[in-house]
Design a protein around this ligand. Structure first.
Ligand SMILES: NC(=O)C1=CN([C@@H]2O[C@H](COP(=O)(O)OP(=O)(O)OC[C@H]3O[C@@H](n4cnc5c(N)ncnc54)[C@H](OP(=O)(O)O)[C@@H]3O)[C@@H](O)[C@H]2O)C=CC1
Ligand SMILES: O=C(O)C1=N[C@H](C(=O)O)C[C@H](O)C1
Length: 224
């Protein structure tokens, strides 16, 4: 069994990840550490999965480096300096994605292609999330804005109810409008993917990885 250290373990994502690990023994994983804010880390672990806060992610990264264990974070709104530090990492395998779902990765690629297909159109982005979400616009929306070369200030957003995460890219002309929407139906979309990425990350060399690396691996695996 490989031991998983969940950082932000009592949060919405942390709980979903623990539930998936516990309900699927065939994955060969067990939760060995459930860390919340300020807690010391006692015990052994083979990989860190972090869905917490920018501060929590940086703390968990330091712990992973100290113990030389792979580190995966999906926490959003991370400072640029920390993103740069992860990108430069040489001691351990590090993975970061503002959205760990493969379907969102391919949705982003669709949006990229649509932007090329409708060059004269005005691109718009709108996202909707649950009332508890701390950051706005979402990490996924910022990634989509980068793809569309839109300033983040132009992204519109709503915070309402229990909405898991909806992202809409529109291409608007005076004559028509093309709309692409990704709607997450529940958090297992992210939690299940995070667990599989962690399994994959444990087999990687030291260095920085993103969804593009994971998607390439999955596509290769499919072709076999
Ligand atoms: N990449 C992706 O695909 C996804 C990313 N996310 C991102 O993941 C993050 C967490 O989301 P979510 O689970 O909904 O948020 P929650 O607020 O439900 O959970 C965050 C948890 O982290 C805990 N925490 C706070 N500070 C620390 C710390 N210093 N060390 C360890 N734990 C800490 C919180 O404790 P307390 O409540 O006591 O402060 C809370 O239990 C967000 O940044 C969100 O945007 C979410 C879903 C998918
Ligand atoms: O906080 C969330 O819930 C989510 N956060 C990520 C983001 O900011 O893009 C991913 C997903 O949309 C859910």
């Amino acid at each position: 069994m490989k031991k998983v250290f969940i950082n932000g373990a009592e949060g919405k994502m942390g709980k979903a990840i623990a539930r998936i690990i516990q309900s699927r023994p065939e994955l060969g994983l067990e939760v060995s550490i459930r860390r919340e804010s300020g807690q010391a880390v006692l015990g052994d672990f083979d990989v860190v999965i972090d869905f917490s806060t920018p501060q929590g992610a940086q703390e968990a990264f330091s712990i992973a480096r100290k113990h030389r264990r792979p580190f995966l974070t999906g926490t959003t709104n991370l400072p640029e300096t920390f993103l740069f530090q992860m990108q430069e990492e040489e001691k351990i395998p590090v993975f970061y994605a503002p959205n760990v779902s493969l379907s969102v990765y391919f949705f982003t690629e669709l949006v990229r292609q649509a932007a090329c297909m409708f060059p004269g159109y005005e691109a718009r982005l709108h996202e909707i999330h649950h009332q508890y979400k701390k950051d706005a616009p979402s990490g996924t929306a910022k990634k989509l804005a980068d793809v569309l070369e839109l300033p983040y200030e132009n992204v519109t957003y709503e915070r309402t109810g229990e909405v898991v995460g909806t992202h809409t890219a529109s291409f608007v002309s005076a004559f028509d409008e093309i709309t692409l929407t990704h709607e997450a139906k529940n958090r297992d979309l992210f939690a299940d993917s995070a667990v599989h990425i962690a399994l994959w990350l444990m087999k990687r060399e030291s260095g920085f990885y993103t969804m593009s690396d994971y998607a390439k691996f999955k596509l290769k695996e499919k072709r076999k």
